[in-house]
Design a binder for this molecule. Structure first.
Ligand code: MN
Length: 402
């Protein structure tokens, strides 16, 4: 991604917000343990508008004048020696923003702007993140509070950013396709030597090696390598168990390339598995195929969900797990997660609860059947671009076979 891309994105946002000032911040660095920091990942909206990958930078856009500033964080000499620093020239080159100012200059600029604009736009954590059971990066709310001390009103532009990010530009589709291609190659490599592995972590290590050796940023999310019953734990990431013979291993892995994520799942057999296993796998595989065929622009999301429920209930009935198609409780027990989510900078990229599918959206399709009592967990997941005519399965080249 280059400065033209980030500049284009800022202009698009300015086009959606009619007048006023936008002030956004990157994430701040978080503690891992003692005096070491977590591996830093930038706030996705901030990255989308600037390309800056260092903590504590800020962005100011005067939408009326079409002028932007980047605020360089105050870094003391010790931090500069230990962590390095991003120079103003480099930040300009990455973002396409010429004006780089200090935080002191920012305070003066914003007080001056507050005389012209009573309203300022920023972003905050979306509501569903606030409800989740973890502590979000504090920088967005700190910034929002700070803006509240200067401006009469602080308004959010999360919705506008989500709307922009939901429709992928050709350059973004190329980045996602690269991530998908590399992930597919890694799956093929792992599958070709499946019988040589003894532990889940050995498979994880091969994925990590292939991603980093190829120059990818790494994993887009913590990889899931789940043998046997572990496949029924949806977010199993320990990857420490011995690989059980004559059972399934479920692999949910995606590379991050050029800032964009892949998200692919396959379920493979280690040794030879009983017919029951193959029947479950085949039920998921056929549902997966049929559900992808539903996806086209203009399809109501509500209609999609209704058709998915019906298709998945029939899959469960085929393998004797659901006698009554109206029994939602049993249905949800064996298929407890969503069928699709957006994919992009974030592995769960927000689509902003759209009413209909639109060309340019990239979503996953990931049906699964999880039978804890039998130690069988099967999921198959592909990455689908919605096109003008229908859809394109970006991960189609990777076989879904066991
Ligand atoms: Mn997924």
């Amino acid at each position: 991604m280059n400065a033209d891309f980030f500049t284009y994105n800022r202009n698009q946002l300015v086009g959606l917000i009619k007048g006023g000032l936008i002030v956004m911040t990157g994430y701040t660095s978080m503690q891992k343990t003692a005096d070491t920091a977590m591996y830093f990942e930038q706030e996705s909206n901030f990255w989308y508008l600037t390309g800056i990958e260092q903590p504590d930078w800020q962005l100011i856009i005067d939408t009326a004048r079409g002028k932007s500033w980047l605020v360089k964080p105050d870094v003391d000499m010790m931090h500069e020696i230990f962590d390095g620093t991003l120079s103003a020239a480099e930040a300009s080159r990455i973002s396409g923003i010429k004006n780089i100012i200090t935080s002191k200059e920012r305070d003066v600029l914003l007080r001056d702007q507050a005389r012209k604009h009573s309203l300022v736009y920023t972003v905050d954590q979306p509501e569903y993140i606030k409800r989740a059971n973890f502590i979000p990066n504090p920088s967005l709310s700190v910034n929002k509070k700070y803006l509240g001390t200067i401006f009469n009103a602080v308004q959010l532009c999360n919705k506008e950013l989500t709307e922009l990010r939901a429709i992928k530009q050709p350059i973004e589709i190329r980045a996602i396709s690269k991530a998908v291609k590399l992930t597919g190659q890694a799956f093929e490599s792992v599958k070709s030597k499946l019988n040589e592995y003894n532990y889940e972590y050995q498979i994880e290590a091969d994925f990590s090696h292939i991603f980093r050796y190829s120059g990818a940023e790494g994993h887009a999310y913590d990889p899931i390598v789940a043998s046997g019953r572990n496949g029924c734990t949806l977010h199993y990431v320990q990857n420490n168990s011995k690989l059980a013979k004559n059972k399934f291993v479920l692999l949910d892995v995606g590379a991050k390339v050029g800032g964009y994520s892949a998200d692919i799942t396959r379920t493979y057999a280690i040794g030879s598995v009983p017919k029951r296993y193959l029947d479950i796998h085949s039920a998921v595989e056929q549902a997966h195929h049929d559900i992808i065929n539903l996806i086209r622009p203009g399809l109501l999301v509500e209609e999609y969900s209704r058709m998915v429920d019906s298709r998945m209930k029939h899959a469960l009935r085929e393998v004797g797990l659901l006698a009554d198609l109206s029994d939602d409780e049993t249905y949800r027990k064996y298929f407890p997660h969503a069928i699709s989510h957006g994919l992009g900078i974030d592995v769960h990229d927000s689509l902003g609860s759209p009413r209909v599918f639109k060309a340019g959206m990239v979503i996953t399709v990931e049906p699964g059947i999880y039978i804890s009592g039998e130690g069988i967990g099967v999921r198959i997941e592909d990455d689908i671009l919605i096109t003008e005519k229908g859809n394109k399965n970006l991960s189609k080249l990777l076989s879904t076979a066991v």
